[in-house]
Design a protein around this ligand. Structure first.
Ligand code: BGC
Length: 347
């Protein structure tokens, strides 16, 4: 159904930037979108984590500036609810659907339903697998995993050597597999050579901190407290890991990684119980996605530089860059970008 979307896949970074910034001026402008009465349906996996609330707010704000209205529904991690949310949005007459899938495979059904109604679908942050998806907007998720593992390896008490615990994300989230794959590219050779020992590893169901805590508890019970680092795949799971370490009086002694630049994680970085996070500038993603959604709804061309295979097709994709944040560059990254105030982080 690619006729719904005039899509240009080009090979220059510049082209994407030009595409997105041009979009800002002539997405049709607020007037065109208002005249066309653009309505966007935003279906979220959950709003129970800080980052998704921020994504929603920035997306809705930018769409509003462009004259579009957004109907938001969140499924609380339930696939049946998310499918019924999508059905509601389709019935209510949205022109384009933006979906953060709870389960990247289960949501293929949502793409099918939307296409039957002639509505294009953008997968936001997490890809929808095995479907005729129109566009994927996210960050470079392999790079996230690579940066987490690279940081961990370089900052072990003996750099390049140590005993670690690995906490992956939700098995249902395609991103969790990408973060792990990125980490593997760095760790596999070191594990093979015996320099790094993985004491324990597991997937934290639904990315829940309490499941991450259980993974660290299990590691300590099975292998003892001589742990050099916990490779946690995001800030939520890092929080669970730190909780388990606190109970064992190990917090601050064991390096813990993260991702998302959540305020609580930055506070942990400031006090030393977490070593790093990955900052994914959500405003770039949310605003970019809102601009693209309005373009698609008004039949304007969308420029995508990359493609990502979702098991069925090469999905035209726009992937943004990410940054490692430690105590040393909090000021020049998240504070500079006005994400949080310095005093809220270092309170
Ligand atoms: C996102 C992460 C987030 C995680 C849990 C992933 O798909 O990329 O930023 O921490 O889901 O919500």
């Amino acid at each position: 159904m690619k006729t719904r979307l005039t899509l240009v896949v080009v090979s220059l970074v510049l082209s994407v930037l030009i595409g997105l910034s041009l979009g800002r001026q002539h997405v049709g402008g607020a007037d065109a979108a208002r005249k066309a009465g653009v309505r966007i349906g935003l279906s979220l996996d959950t709003l129970k984590e800080a980052r998704w609330q921020a994504d929603r707010d920035m997306f809705v704000r930018r769409a509003g500036e462009l004259g579009a209205t957004v109907q938001v529904l969140a499924a609380n991690g339930d696939d049946t609810v998310q499918i019924s949310d999508v059905e509601k949005l389709i019935t209510s007459g949205v022109n384009v659907l933006v979906i953060v899938p709870h389960d990247g495979k289960a949501m293929a059904k949502a793409v099918e339903l939307a296409h039957e109604a002639g509505i294009p679908v953008i997968a936001y942050d997490r890809i929808i697998r095995d479907s005729d998806l129109d566009l994927y907007v996210s960050f470079d998720n392999l790079r996230v995993g690579e940066l987490q593992a690279r940081f961990l390896v370089d900052h072990l008490p003996t750099p390049g050597r140590g005993r670690i615990v690995r906490i992956y994300g939700a098995k249902t989230d395609n991103n969790a597999g990408l973060f792990k794959a990125g980490q593997d590219t760095v760790l596999d050779p070191l594990v093979k050579s015996g320099a790094i020992t993985v004491l324990h590893e597991d997937w934290a169901e639904d990315w829940k901190p309490e499941n991450a805590k259980r993974i660290v508890n299990a590691a300590i019970t099975a292998k003892g407290s001589h742990i050099d680092a916990v490779l946690a795949s995001n800030d939520g799971t890092a929080g669970g890991a730190v909780q388990a370490l606190l109970e064992e009086k190990l917090a601050g002694k064991v390096l813990v990684t993260g991702q998302d630049a959540d305020l609580v994680a930055l506070q942990r970085i400031a006090t030393g119980t977490q070593a790093m996070t990955i900052y994914k500038p959500l405003h770039t993603l949310a605003q970019g996605a809102a601009e693209i959604a309005v373009k698609m709804a008004t039949g304007k061309p969308v420029i995508a530089r990359q493609v990502v295979n979702n098991g069925a097709i090469d999905v035209p994709s726009v992937l943004f860059d990410v940054v490692t944040v430690t105590k040393d560059n909090i000021e020049s990254t998240v504070v500079k970008d006005n994400l949080y105030r310095r005093e809220d982080i270092f309170k």
